[in-house]
Design a protein around this ligand. Structure first.
Ligand SMILES: Nc1ncnc2c1ncn2[C@@H]1O[C@H](COP(=O)(O)OP(=O)(O)O)[C@@H](O)[C@H]1O
Ligand SMILES: [Mg+2]
Length: 224
């Protein structure tokens, strides 16, 4: 489950206060939900609060049955590892590790033994079509390939919620489509995908679209 109530985030800028998110409430159903809005409308702020990277100024977030807004950073990190996966615009792979080691990294954090780690990481790379690149380092892969490694890594612990912030923003349309297909493929059954994008064509692939403006949820568009 993923639920936000009156979620608000204010940033201090010297004397001024910026309200980046203003009273956002939504109960995310299973499946894929896109979040769209102009630059500066609060999309990344929302994602960071929902995923527990940051704490709200007011309001609550419930992720997998836990009120993460009430937890300190260590406990939030634990909930994230167990229940959430992330894909960002720039792929954030560890540059000195191979594709396989990058994918295996969350499994290492979760205490999965080495042999099983490698077996599962290879299976995940297979799923994103990159088993043949297992020993390549990130700088030996194209942008689209790096993003697919990042998706394999995000899926390693079978997260209930997958968060993606402009995941196709740096990719050409063919690579972007492949990445989007993989993200949507995950959002079946009880699983959720929260997909932040400024690209309406990308958003239209989700089952519903939330429109943000000036930090406010102004419209929820359900697809038929
Ligand atoms: N760490 C921060 N400190 C101060 N202001 C911030 C910070 N992060 C975001 N903001 C401001 O909050 C608003 C929303 O930003 P953001 O969530 O990044 O929007 P989006 O992802 O939709 O482009 C913007 O006005 C931005 O300048
Ligand atoms: Mg953003």
């Amino acid at each position: 489950m993923l639920r936000a109530r009156k979620l608000t985030k204010r940033y201090r800028q010297g004397e001024a206060t910026i309200t980046a998110l203003d009273g956002f409430s939504y109960d995310f159903p299973p499946g894929a939900t896109a979040v769209v809005g102009p630059s500066g409308s609060g999309k990344t702020t929302l994602l960071n609060l929902l995923a527990g990277f940051d704490r709200p100024s007011a309001g609550s977030v419930e992720l997998a049955g836990v009120r993460i807004d009430e937890l300190d950073e260590d406990d939030r990190a634990g909930v994230r590892l167990q229940h959430a996966g992330f894909v960002f615009q720039s792929w954030n792979l560890l540059p000195t590790l191979s594709a396989l080691e990058n994918v295996a990294f969350p499994l290492l954090l979760a205490g999965v033994p080495r042999g099983e780690r490698e077996r599962r990481a290879l299976g995940l790379l297979e799923r994103v079509g990159l088993a043949g690149r297992a020993n390549h380092r990130p700088n030996q892969l194209s942008g689209g390939e790096q993003q697919r490694v990042a998706i394999a890594r995000a899926l390693a612990l079978e997260p209930a919620v997958l968060f993606a912030d402009e995941p196709t923003g740096n990719l050409d349309s063919a690579a972007g489509r492949m990445v989007l297909d993989l993200l949507l493929e995950h959002a079946v059954g009880e699983r959720r995908l929260v997909l932040v994008t400024h690209d309406l064509q990308v958003a239209s692939r989700a089952e519903r679209i939330l429109h943000l403006r000036d930090g406010r949820l102004i419209d929820v568009e359900e697809k038929g």
